[in-house]
Design a protein around this ligand. Structure first.
Ligand code: COA
Length: 260
């Protein structure tokens, strides 16, 4: 697939995906969501990539939301379809990725942009970020998981306030409330995320994938997180990575994981 709205590059087992519609502040239109789905699916099958960084093009925005111009005239049915297909193809897909996804949030993260960052496993913000879910100011509600993931990250009361006021918070508040893990100068953002990725890459990719699944189970309807943890914990004992990790420890050497 030739991408129009995203850029990708893989370097030292880290794939960086950049949403690239800077003149529209990287707003998520259908084509961009389809391209993101395509690249995330492709990377999931690619043995090279151990960590994914997701960011926005330019210095102003990560993503300023779903593309308002595209859905302004939608019907009820089209609205349902927009949210359902976006959640399945992109937001839930990223959340359930076995490969860790770090959002390098480099400016406005509004509406679908904040929802996208929240679907990632970790968020690092540049000091100029402005984050919010302004949907009610447009007469709609967050549709890409924002009503669910924002309370998970910042608590119900804060999420209710952010959603109902449609306000934006700055980097300091995003950090204080747990919405982002770290805040760094914009010039250092990618390097900082790369350092986190390097720490992750020392560990077993197989175990990391299992850990993501177990953590997510707590937030998945009909799943018991403790049961998922027990099953996943047990599965690890049958893997090459477990054998290598424990043997390397006992032999006092660095483990070399194959991710299986
Ligand atoms: N959908 C479609 N286009 C968008 C967009 C969105 N979510 N966000 C920004 N854009 C476009 C603008 O329409 C403008 O395009 P134009 O130059 O062709 O007119 C361009 O991006 C630049 O945005 P602009 O509003 O001129 O920049 P600004 O610095 O004055 O304001 C924001 C920045 C983020 C405050 C403002 O763009 C905004 O409020 N965007 C919408 C945020 C939102 O409600 N998102 C949730 C959607 S559900």
């Amino acid at each position: 697939m030739i991408y129009e709205n995203i850029l990708t590059a893989t370097d030292n087992n880290i794939t960086t995906i950049t949403i690239n519609r800077p003149t529209k502040l990287n707003a998520l239109n259908k084509k961009t969501i389809d391209e993101l789905h395509h690249i995330f699916s492709a990377v999931a099958k690619d043995k090279q990539t151990k960590v994914i960084l997701l960011t926005g093009s330019g210095e102003k925005a990560f993503v300023a939301g779903a593309d308002i111009a595209e859905f302004a005239n939608f019907s009820v049915e089209e609205g349902v379809q927009l949210a359902a297909s976006g959640q399945e193809k992109l937001f839930n897909f990223i959340e359930n990725s076995k490969i860790p996804v770090i959002a390098a949030v480099n400016g406005f993260a509004l509406g679908g942009g904040l929802e996208l960052a929240m679907a990632c496993h970790i968020r690092v913000a540049s000091d100029n970020v402005r984050m919010g879910l302004p949907e009610v100011s447009l007469g709609v509600i967050p549709g890409y998981g924002g009503t669910q993931r924002l309370p998970q990250l910042v608590g119900k009361g804060r999420a209710m306030e952010m959603i109902m006021t449609a306000g934006m918070i700055n980097a300091e508040e995003a950090h204080r409330t747990g919405l982002v893990n770290h805040v760094v100068a914009q010039a250092d953002l990618i390097e900082f995320c790369t350092d986190i990725a390097k720490k992750m890459m020392k560990n077993s990719p197989m175990a990391i994938g299992m850990a993501i699944k177990a953590v997510n189970a707590n937030f998945t309807e009909g799943e018991n997180g403790f049961d998922t943890e027990i099953k996943s914990f047990g599965k690890c004992f049958g893997t090459a990575d477990f054998k290598e990790g424990t043997t390397a420890f006992l032999e006092k050497r660095k483990a070399v994981f194959v991710g299986e």
